[in-house]
Design a protein around this ligand. Structure first.
Ligand code: DLL
Length: 434
């Protein structure tokens, strides 16, 4: 079902892609100007006319859209269509106050299903596959987004949502689940539960996991692949742009292919707004090229990544993004040094005896920032010998300090102590009053 269509979209050559992008860009700019007051005001202030946008290069003339614009226009003021054309809304909770809201027309839902289908397609799927969807159903885009994409390909969906781990394991065994979709932290938890229950992996048919919605490292990927016996594919998306379906790795696991005929990507310097060349890390910015209800021009994701324009081994010419290296707003500044939680995770995952669970705690004492990393030990590494534990903690501390170049305190905790997450993990607790 729809496989041929997806295959064609994924195998378009670069000239075809650029032609479609240029045509769609011109149309969406005019559409936003005509249908959304916020954009008309911005364009008028800048003395910019939709007709000034003639090529992809002209994207840099366009104004940015920020998360605060969505918050300021809560709930529906940025919608380009009347509510009677809107068939669904989703919302993503911000760290403060009201959520940000996005709407979908019938056509938007169709495009979304197609883009998620393109994500799933990358794992060599067929109608025979059975997908267990562990992303939360509800206002979060993960559950329903994946669901429609899987149905679009005729895959059997188990809409189990997140949580209730014993039931998840039962369904793996009884229904013969082949594809798993959930956050990487939940996949890890499921892998551990399988080990703890002594379920033999030969009894499971799990083959591919489509994991995303939160940052994770390559080392964590290896751990998950080993525990679940799957190919773990990194999938990326955000509610503002559509939800899941924005980008996904193929089986070569060498960057995430963006659906560039729907979402036009740029990397910019987050401080100056200037476009950055291929391969340079900066803030990822997207212009939606086809959305009807919630189109956005140059949306600032705050996610840090780089772009790769080269054709992939899998044959796709759609630009790839690296895995997300951090967020401009997740970056901790500790005693003046930029620290990304992902750097700490990478170090931890390379050390034997460390479980893939940790918590980063930042405090400020006498105007001095202190960074503490609580690290969970595996059963094997856990010891009653104080000296052994101290040596182990020092080894971890040295490894982290070598990467971050600042002092850290490492606290080792026993197996099963650090909080587990069924959805997105919260790894950083910043207690500073900044
Ligand atoms: O997390 C959409 C999604 C659902 C993606 C299911 C993948 C799978 P939001 O709740 O709006 O949407 O959160 C979006 O999550 O800006 C990133 O910071 C982060 N994020 C999403 N995917 C990844 C990933 C969904 N693969 C925000 N790696 C984004 C790192 C990710 N961060």
């Amino acid at each position: 079902m729809n496989f041929e269509k997806i295959d064609k979209l994924e195998k378009m050559d670069i000239n075809q892609i650029k032609e479609i992008q240029t045509d769609r860009l011109k149309k969406i700019v005019k559409y936003c100007y005509t249908n959304i007051k916020h954009y008309k005001n911005l364009f008028d202030k800048q003395k910019l006319k939709p007709e000034d946008i003639k090529s992809l290069d002209d994207v840099k003339l366009l104004p940015f859209t920020y998360k605060t614009d969505l918050r300021d226009n809560y709930p529906f003021d940025l919608f380009a269509t009347a509510l009677d054309k809107v068939v669904r809304v989703h919302a993503s909770s911000g760290t403060t106050g009201k959520p940000i809201v996005v709407g979908y027309t019938k056509n938007d839902i169709e495009v979304w299903a197609e883009t998620v289908a393109r994500t799933l397609y990358k794992g060599d799927v067929s109608e025979k596959d059975i997908l267990q969807n562990g992303y939360g159903y509800g206002l979060f885009t993960g559950g329903l987004g994946i669901h429609y994409g899987a149905e679009y390909l005729g895959i059997t969906v188990i809409p189990v949502s997140g949580g209730n781990t014993p039931r998840q394991l039962m369904l793996f065994e009884d229904f013969g689940t082949t594809l798993l979709t959930c956050t990487p932290s939940y996949a890890m938890l499921l892998g551990e539960a399988i080990e703890q229950q002594g379920i033999s992996r030969s009894k499971l048919k799990l083959r591919v996991g489509y994991l995303g919605a939160e940052p994770w490292s390559d080392n964590m990927r290896k751990e998950i692949e080993k525990k679940l016996g799957i190919l773990a594919i990194d999938i990326y998306g955000l509610s503002e742009i559509i939800g899941p379906g924005v980008a996904a790795e193929c089986k070569y696991q060498n960057g995430l292919h963006i659906c560039t005929d729907h979402f036009y990507p740029e990397i910019i310097n987050p401080h100056t707004g200037e476009q950055l060349p291929e391969g340079t890390f900066g803030e990822l910015v997207f212009t939606t090229l086809t959305k009807e209800c919630s189109p956005f021009i140059r949306y600032r994701t705050r996610d840090i990544a780089a772009l790769n324009y080269q054709k992939c081994e899998c044959g796709s010419c759609h630009y790839r993004m690296t895995r997300v290296a951090g967020r401009t707003d997740d970056m901790l500044i500790i005693r003046g040094i930029n620290v990304f939680p992902s750097q700490i995770e990478s170090v931890l995952m390379e050390i034997d005896g460390v479980a893939p669970h940790y918590q980063i705690i930042v405090t400020r004492e006498n105007a001095l920032d202190e960074l503490e990393v609580q690290v969970e030990m595996t059963d094997n590494a856990f010891s009653d010998e104080v000296k052994e534990i101290e040596n182990f903690a020092r080894r971890i501390q040295n490894a982290i300090e070598a990467v971050l170049t600042i002092r850290v305190k490492v606290t080792l905790v026993g197996p099963g102590t650090i909080q587990r997450f069924e959805g997105k993990a919260k790894r950083v607790i910043d207690k500073r009053q900044l």
